[in-house]
Write a protein that binds this ligand. Structure first.
Ligand code: ADP
Length: 455
C-alpha cells in the first residue's frame, strides 16, 4: 500500500496543479473578455459622440431615408397592411424583417466605427446587429403599431455582443426604436494573443513540475530497486554462508563422538568435509571482498599475450570433467593462432561463470554449446544453453550487481547475483562486451566479444 502512495500523491498533485492552472487561466480569460467588451463599448460610444458633434451624422442616414420610402409604399387599410403598387397584403413579421434588413444593409456606422477604432489603435473586425424594439407606420393622422417590445433594458440578442446605442427616430412615414450591437468577430484571436504569455508561462510551469516529478519518481524507484537488490543479496548471502557453516558444525560435533574417535577413515572423511566447506566459505568471502575492492579501485588485471583457442579448450575441458553424464557440453572452437592480451585468471572466471550459469539454469537433459570464432578484429565466444531462458524485462538488468531473476522461491538456485556482473566487468577490462539473446523456456546465448588488438 505504502508503495502506491507516492505515485498516487504525485499524480493527484499534478492533476490539482493542472486544474488550478486551468481555473486561473479561465478566470483571467473571463476578466480579459469583460474588459475587452467594456473597452470596445466605451470606444464605440465615444465614436458615436465624435461623429455626432463633428459631422452631425449617426451612421444611419442613408438607411433611414430609404426606410421612409419603404414605409410610404405601405398603406394601412383597416389596419391591414398592403403594398401600394400591387396591393399585396403583407404580414407584420414580413414588414419587420424587411425593415431590419434594410437598416442592417444600409447602415454606415460599422465602417465609421472601424475607422475610429483603428485611429485609436484598437483593431478588430466589426459585425453589426440591429434589434428593433418598436416600429410604427405613420400615414398623416393614422398610426399603426406594427411591433412593440416593452423591455427597457437592453439584453443582447446574442451572448457576447456589445451594446453600442439605442436609437429613436421619427420621420414622415415611420417611428422606430432600435438597439445597435456590434460583434468583434476576431475577439478570440485578439484575446489569445493578449494571453499568450500567460498560456506559455503556465504550460511551462506545468511541464517543469511534471519533469521534476518524473525525475524524482525515477530516482526513488531506482533507489527502491537498489535497496530491494541489497535485501535480496543479504538474504542470499546468509543462505549461502549458512550451508557450509552448518555442515562444519555438524561435522565437528560428529568428530567428538566416541564411536568416531577410533574410526580413522571417518575422521579423515569428516576432516575433508570440513576442509571443503571451509574452502567454500573462503571462496564466498573472497567473492564479497573482491566486489568491494572493485568498487573502490580500478580493475587490476595481469594481462599477458595468450593464444586464446587452447586456453578456452582447457577451460571447457576442466569444466566438463566436473559434470555428470546427463550434462552435454559440446564445443566448436575455431581460433587457431589467434592471440589476445588477457588475464588468464579473470578470463577463466568469466567463462566458468557463464558455463556454470548455463548448467544451473537448465532443466534435465542439459545441452550446452560453446562456439568460438573470429571476425578478423574480434574474438566471439558464445555459450548457448537449452535452459529456462530470460525474459525481456529481466534482460535489461541481468548484468547489474546483485540482480537475480525472481523465480518465486528465492533460494531454489544458489547464487549471489554477482556472476554476470563479474562477467561484464571482466569483459570490459579486456575492452570487450557481452551480448545476450534469450527466450524464456527455450534457452540463452551469452556472447563475449573481445577485440584482438587491444589499446
Ligand atoms: P547468480 O547465478 O548468482 O544468481 P548471476 O549474476 O550469475 O547470479 O545471474 C543473475 C541471474 O541471471 C540469475 O539469478 C538467473 O536468474 C539469470 N541467469 C543467468 N544465466 C542464465 C542462464 N544461462 N539461463 C537462464 N537464466 C540465467
Amino acid at each position: 500500500m505504502k508503495k502506491k502512495i507516492l505515485p498516487i500523491a504525485g499524480i493527484t498533485s499534478m492533476v490539482v496543479l493542472i486544474a488550478v492552472q486551468i481555473f486561473i487561466i479561465g478566470q483571467i480569460w473571463q476578466q480579459k473578455n469583460e474588459l475587452f467588451l467594456l473597452n470596445n463599448r466605451q470606444l464605440s460610444q465615444q465614436a458615436i459622440t465624435f461623429y455626432d458633434t463633428e459631422y452631425r451624422i449617426n451612421g444611419f442616414e442613408t438607411a433611414l431615408d430609404l426606410l421612409d420610402d419603404y414605409s410610404q409604399g405601405i398603406t394601412l387599410k383597416d389596419e391591414k397592411l398592403f403594398r401600394k403598387e400591387d396591393n399585396k397584403q403583407l404580414s407584420n413579421t414580413a414588414v419587420l424583417k424587411e425593415v431590419n434588413k434594410l437598416i442592417s444593409s444600409q447602415q454606415e456606422l460599422s465602417g465609421l466605427l472601424t475607422k475610429y477604432f483603428r485611429s485609436h489603435s484598437a483593431d478588430g473586425n466589426i459585425k453589426s446587429f440591429i434589434d428593433i424594439s418598436n416600429f410604427d407606420l405613420l400615414d398623416f393622422n393614422l398610426s399603426y403599431n406594427l411591433y412593440n417590445r416593452t423591455d427597457q433594458d437592453v439584453p443582447p440578442p446574442v451572448k457576447g455582443l456589445i451594446h453600442v446605442n439605442r436609437f429613436k427616430m421619427e420621420s414622415n412615414y415611420y417611428r422606430i426604436t432600435f438597439d445597435y450591437y456590434i460583434d468583434i468577430t476576431d475577439k478570440r484571436e485578439i484575446l489569445f494573443r493578449e494571453m499568450s504569455i500567460s498560456f506559455v508561462l503556465s504550460t511551462l510551469s506545468i511541464l517543469i513540475v511534471l519533469f521534476i516529478f518524473l525525475m524524482a519518481y525515477r530516482y526513488l524507484m531506482e533507489e527502491k530497486r537498489l535497496s530491494d537488490l541489497k535485501t535480496d543479496f543479504i538474504n542470499n548471502m546468509t543462505h549461502e554462508l549458512k550451508t557450509p557453516l552448518s555442515t562444519i558444525t555438524v561435522a565437528s560435533k560428529t568428530l567428538e563422538l566416541d564411536q568416531i574417535i577410533d574410526d580413522r577413515d571417518k575422521i579423515i572423511s569428516m576432516a575433508r568435509m570440513i576442509g571443503k566447506q571451509s574452502l567454500n566459505l573462503n571462496h564466498l568471502i573472497n567473492l564479497i571482498l573482491e566486489i568491494s575492492i572493485w568498487e573502490r579501485t580500478e580493475f587490476e588485471a595481469d594481462f599477458k599475450q595468450v593464444e586464446v583457442g587452447p586456453m578456452l579448450e582447457e577451460i571447457v575441458e576442466c569444466f566438463r570433467a566436473g559434470y555428470k553424464e546427463d550434462t552435454e557440453i559440446k564445443s566448436n572452437i575455431a581460433l587457431e593462432g589467434v592471440t589476445i592480451k588477457a588475464d588468464i585468471t579473470y578470463f577463466t572466471t568469466m567463462i566458468n561463470n557463464l558455463l556454470s550459469n548455463a548448467v544451473k539454469f537448465s532443466r534435465d537433459n542439459c545441452k550446452i554449446m560453446v562456439n568460438a570464432k573470429t571476425d578478423g578484429s574480434n574474438i566471439l565466444i558464445s555459450i548457448t544453453d537449452n535452459g529456462i531462458g530470460i525474459s525481456k524485462s529481466d534482460q535489461r538488468h541481468i548484468f547489474d550487481k546483485f540482480y537475480r531473476v525472481s523465480h518465486g522461491d528465492l533460494h531454489k538456485t544458489k547464487g549471489l547475483g554477482l556472476g554476470l556482473y563479474y562477467v561484464s566487468r571482466i569483459a570490459a577490462a579486456h575492452n570487450g562486451t557481452v551480448e545476450l539473446v534469450s527466450q524464456p523456456g527455450k534457452g540463452s546465448t551469452f556472447t563475449v566479444i573481445i577485440p584482438i588488438q587491444q589499446s
